[in-house]
Structures are given as structure tokens and as C-alpha cells.
Design a protein around this ligand. Structure first.
Ligand SMILES: Nc1ncnc2c1ncn2[C@@H]1O[C@H](COP(=O)(O)OP(=O)(O)OP(=O)(O)O)[C@@H](O)[C@H]1O
Length: 236
């Protein structure tokens, strides 16, 4: 999947969210998208997934099967989890056993006959994750996939990412919580002021301890994360 000079804004008078983005996610690679809140990560992911179209430029080499996990699963639809996943499986021509197998793996089996609107946020997120992988995706796009998941399910995200890339798919994932540490070997795209800065995986990592005033802690953590650093903890 390749962005070729992609420009995007939400309206004629709106500011540009992306200005001439030119990056590529190669088959078998994992790309982690970093950047502060509101900088345009979700927008870029939706352009990559084909949910949004560029205002200028184009997205090329998008594989036939794209799995897209939005930041918030749209749970307002009038289906049970089983009906929704069965429909998604039919649309993607996924194998017949895929719904039951993914439901089991994600701990969704007890909730399959619950209506989507009645699911907890985390369980709905799991349905969102399941629908994206029912058919093996050539490109898997995950918007903050850890959000709302319990500890048991969080560990599944890097597992699923590794399986998709091992099968030759590309994975593009946004991360504002430093979960990138769980994705060794990932390329980083850092988005700032409408531009993407791509950098290779951190091959050799060291831990640097810094002290900041309490009042500045939140802002410092956010800034360091936006720059692509991993925050291992805050204490004191
Ligand atoms: N549907 C929309 N209509 C108009 N403006 C939008 C829309 N969606 C997002 N924006 C604006 O585009 C900019 C980028 O938003 P986006 O959601 O892509 O950022 P983000 O980096 O994903 O943020 P966060 O980390 O908070 O999820 C923001 O200024 C936002 O207000």
C-alpha cells in the first residue's frame, strides 16, 4: 500500500490534515503510526484503508482484502454479534468456520447472541477486531486497537499482527500509548503538521530516566510519545 503525494482536508475551508504524504507499507511489514491527539492519525489510516479518498494524490497497491478496525466499533447496528460477523464473513468470502474460530480465540463465544448495542465497549472492540481478520487481510489497518481491551485480549493484538505479517500482509497501526514496545521490528511513521516522518525499527534501545516538574509530566509524556519514544513508566 502506497500513498503517492496524498493531500487531505475535511472541507474546502478546513486546514489540510495531510500535505503531500508519500510513504509505503511493504508486504510483510508492520508500521506504527505515532503523533499527538488530533494530528490526523485516524484520517491517514482511513485513507490507507480506502474508507476516505484523497483530495489530491492517490493510494496505490492496496491489496484486495483490507481489514479495517476503527477506533470505536460502530455498535449501533441492529444485529447480534453472530449475525454481524456472519454477514462480514459472507461479504469477505471467509471460510465457514472463521466466525466460530475467531469468536473462540477472542473470548466472544458467550456474547455471540447478544445485540451489538448491548455489548460492553471492550467486547464490541473484539467484534471489530474479529470482522477485520475473518478473511486473511493483505492489509490490516488498526486504529488504537488496544483501547478498551482487557489484559487477556491486549496480548492477542501483537499475536494477530505477527500472523498477518508472517502470511505476507502489511499492518498499519496507530498507537498513542506506547504499545509499540509489543511490536518489535515495526517501522515508525510520525505524523506532525501534515507531514509524515518515517523511521526504521529501533534496533538498539536504551532506557533514559528523566525528571520533570509534576505539572509538566502529562505534557512531557505526550510529547515524547509523539516523537516516537516509548514511555516505560511514570513514578513519584
Ligand atoms: N469527520 C470529520 N470532519 C471534520 N473534521 C474532522 C473529521 N474527522 C477528523 N477531523 C479533524 O481532522 C483532524 C485530524 O483528526 P484525526 O481524528 O485524524 O486525528 P488523530 O490523530 O487520529 O486524533 P486522536 O489521537 O485524538 O484519535 C482534527 O483536527 C479533527 O478535528
Amino acid at each position: 500500500m502506497r500513498l503517492e503525494d496524498v493531500w487531505f482536508r475535511y472541507g474546502r475551508r478546513a486546514d489540510w490534515v495531510l500535505r503531500g504524504a508519500a510513504v509505503a507499507a511493504e508486504p510483510g511489514s508492520t508500521v506504527v503510526l505515532l503523533g499527538r491527539n488530533g494530528v490526523g492519525k485516524s484520517t491517514l489510516l482511513q485513507l490507507a484503508a480506502g474508507v476516505l479518498r484523497p483530495v489530491r494524490g492517490r493510494v496505490t497497491d492496496r491489496p484486495a482484502v483490507v481489514g479495517w478496525v476503527p477506533e470505536r466499533f460502530p455498535a449501533g447496528q441492529p444485529f447480534t454479534a453472530r449475525q454481524y460477523l456472519a454477514r462480514a464473513a459472507a461479504v469477505r468470502r471467509a471460510p465457514a468456520h472463521a466466525v466460530a474460530a475467531w469468536a473462540e480465540r477472542l473470548g466472544l463465544t458467550p456474547y455471540l447472541d447478544t445485540r451489538l448495542a448491548a455489548l460492553s465497549k471492550g467486547t464490541a472492540q473484539k467484534v471489530g477486531l474479529a470482522q477485520a481478520v475473518l478473511a486473511p487481510p493483505g492489509l490490516l489497518v488498526l486504529d488504537e486497537p488496544w483501547e478498551g481491551l482487557d489484559a487477556g485480549a491486549r496480548v492477542l493484538v501483537p499475536e494477530i499482527v505477527a500472523e498477518v505479517t508472517a502470511a505476507g500482509g502489511a499492518v498499519l497501526v496507530s498507537d498513542h500509548r506506547g504499545e509499540i514496545a509489543a511490536l518489535p521490528g515495526a517501522t515508525r511513521w510520525t505524523l506532525a503538521d501534515g507531514e509524515i516522518h518515517a523511521s526504521g525499527p529501533a534496533a538498539d534501545t536504551v532506557v533514559v530516566e528523566i525528571g520533570v516538574e509534576r505539572a509538566a509530566a502529562g505534557e512531557t509524556v505526550a510529547r515524547l510519545r509523539a516523537e516516537g519514544h516509548t514511555i516505560l513508566g511514570v513514578r513519584g
